[in-house]
Each structure stands twice: as structure tokens, then as C-alpha cells.
Design a protein around this ligand. Structure first.
Ligand SMILES: [Zn+2]
Length: 302
């Protein structure tokens, strides 16, 4: 636990960011005063700047700081299942029932605004033994382009809302659209959050063909994967049915066939050097795995 606290509360820029900062700070004055004797310096400075931008746009990038992309102990034969952009009054209950049916658990990266609109759904996610995580408050497209104060407020409002509704505070953050900037990492630390992205997705938020989404998702599915699906903002098939409803059972069947256990992120990290502290364990103590809700047990087609 001490290791986690140290990791969460202290922040040191990544070697890439430290090197880039030094290079930019020293390079531009040098290019200004002695540019003619140092050919190519300006181009190198611009390339470095472009690299920082690319690292911000690449969700799996390790260059800006710690980023959980795959599970550290793949040999345990697990995959982590994550859902973004919920909760949704139609899709989330379906997902919860499917997970119960297959004995799977998952992490739900909820949008704070939606959580506030559907508080019972957030409580239900926790009550069924799953984990509620932070996906920002308003999920704006320009999240990573905003200033430090605005981003801090986005993170804090979501964290406060989700902590209140889910009982236990989220411990992971996933950036809206996977886009970051260099100053998000130090803002996560005081909130006890760590960045988590994914290693596998089927674009179920954009593609309306369940067969194609399934194929993209399952091709090469292997232990240690962190799988991204959506229970909010789902694409619909030609019959108007959320694609994830057709895709999730196929994923869970394939995982069972490959003898892969489907876990939430914190469960999949238990016993590793990235294990969460007692707050996560407390949360599971309060959860009622497999519990069925009186308010959420839809049986009809969405
Ligand atoms: Zn999202």
C-alpha cells in the first residue's frame, strides 16, 4: 500500500518530457543567437514539438508518463474488460445482466454528467461487484486542449460525483477520446488516479456492423489484453440495436473458449506491484457480486 501511495502522490515528469523541456528551453535561444552556425537546430526543435503532439494523440503512448495499456501479469490468463461513456439507461442494464450471466466483472469508465443523470445505474454497477472509474465530467471533444484549471475542474467534478454515487473513489482515469496533454498526469496524482488506456478495441462506438466489430475485437485476443467497449454512445446496427449487445456475448464466449478470465482492472492487478490499496479492497467488501437489481433487470430488446 505504501508503494501505491508513493506512486500516486509524487510526480516526476517522464524522461521524455524532461529531455524535451530542457531541449526546448535551451534550444530556442541557441537557435536565435547562433542559428547560422547550428544548421538543422530549428528543424529538430520543431520535430520535438511535433513528437510531443503525437504522443498526446496516441492513447497508448508511454512518453508522457505511466499509462496502463496491458495487464502486467499476462501469465495469469486474464483479460480486463472496460466500458466507456456510460452509464446509459438502456445499454448498461443489459451489460450488467450479461456480465452476471457469464460470471465476468468489468471496470466502467463513467462520464460524471451522465452519472449525475442516472445515479441508480452507478450504484448498481458497484452493487454488482464491478468498478466505477473516472472518464471526466462532460466528455468534451476539446478536453485535452483546455487549460490546467479547466482540466483540473473536469477531473475533480467527475471524481466527486462518482465517489459519492459509487461509494468508493475511482482509482483510474481514461482520457476522453484517448487524447491527453503533458500536464494531465500531475493533475491525476492528487486525486489518487492513474491513467489507463487499452490494448484492444472493436470500434463499437462508431461501427454499426456487429460482425465487423466482433472480428476486430477477437482477432488475436490474448491474455493480458485490456479490452475497450462502450455502454454509452454506442453505435447501432441496421435495426437500431446497440452493437455492444451483440458483440459482448461473443467476446465472453471467446474468452471462455480460450480459458481467459474476464476481470475488472483492479482485480486483474491484485497481487502485482501495481495492486491497489485498501480502498479498493474495502469497496469489494461492500459489493454484492451477482446481485440482481429490482430496478434494473431488463428482459426486452433495447
Ligand atoms: Zn469516451
Amino acid at each position: 500500500m505504501r508503494r501505491l501511495r508513493t506512486t500516486v502522490t509524487t510526480w516526476l515528469p517522464s524522461p521524455f518530457l524532461r529531455g524535451s523541456a530542457l531541449f526546448q528551453l535551451a534550444g530556442w535561444p541557441l537557435a536565435y543567437w547562433a542559428g547560422s552556425t547550428l544548421p538543422g537546430l530549428t528543424e529538430l526543435l520543431l520535430m520535438n514539438h511535433a513528437l510531443i503532439t503525437l504522443a498526446s494523440l496516441w492513447p497508448q503512448s508511454p512518453l508522457l508518463g505511466p499509462n496502463l495499456v496491458r495487464l502486467p501479469k499476462a501469465e495469469r490468463g486474464e483479460i480486463a474488460l472496460t466500458f466507456d461513456d456510460g452509464p446509459d439507461p438502456v445499454v448498461t442494464p443489459w451489460v450488467l445482466d450479461l456480465l452476471d450471466h457469464y460470471g465476468a466483472t468489468a471496470s466502467f469508465f463513467c462520464i460524471g454528467e451522465r452519472a449525475r443523470r442516472y445515479p441508480d445505474l452507478v450504484r448498481e454497477i458497484g452493487a454488482r461487484g464491478h468498478r466505477v472509474e473516472n472518464h471526466g465530467y462532460s466528455h468534451r471533444w476539446n478536453f485535452a486542449l483546455r487549460g490546467v484549471a479547466a482540466i483540473r475542474e473536469e477531473l475533480r467534478r467527475a471524481q466527486d460525483t462518482l465517489t459519492e454515487l459509487a461509494v468508493r473513489p475511482p482509482v483510474f482515469f481514461r482520457a476522453p477520446f484517448g487524447i491527453r496533454n503533458p500536464w494531465i498526469e500531475p493533475l491525476l496524482r492528487p486525486l489518487g488516479l492513474r491513467l489507463a488506456s487499452w490494448s484492444r478495441r472493436g470500434y463499437d462506438g462508431a461501427l454499426g456492423d456487429p460482425d465487423l466489430v466482433t472480428a476486430l475485437l477477437l482477432r488475436g485476443l490474448r491474455r493480458g489484453d485490456i479490452v475497450l467497449l462502450h455502454d454509452g454512445g454506442c453505435a447501432r446496427d441496421r435495426n437500431g440495436r446497440p452493437v455492444v449487445i451483440a458483440v459482448l456475448p461473443r467476446l465472453l464466449e471467446e474468452a471462455a473458449r480460450k480459458k481467459l478470465r474476464v476481470r475488472s482492472l483492479d482485480q486483474a492487478l491484485e497481487g502485482t506491484r501495481m495492486a491497489l490499496g485498501s480502498e479498493a479492497r474495502d469497496r469489494h467488501k461492500h459489493a454484492r457480486p451477482g446481485a440482481k437489481s429490482a430496478i434494473l433487470n431488463p428482459k426486452g430488446d433495447p
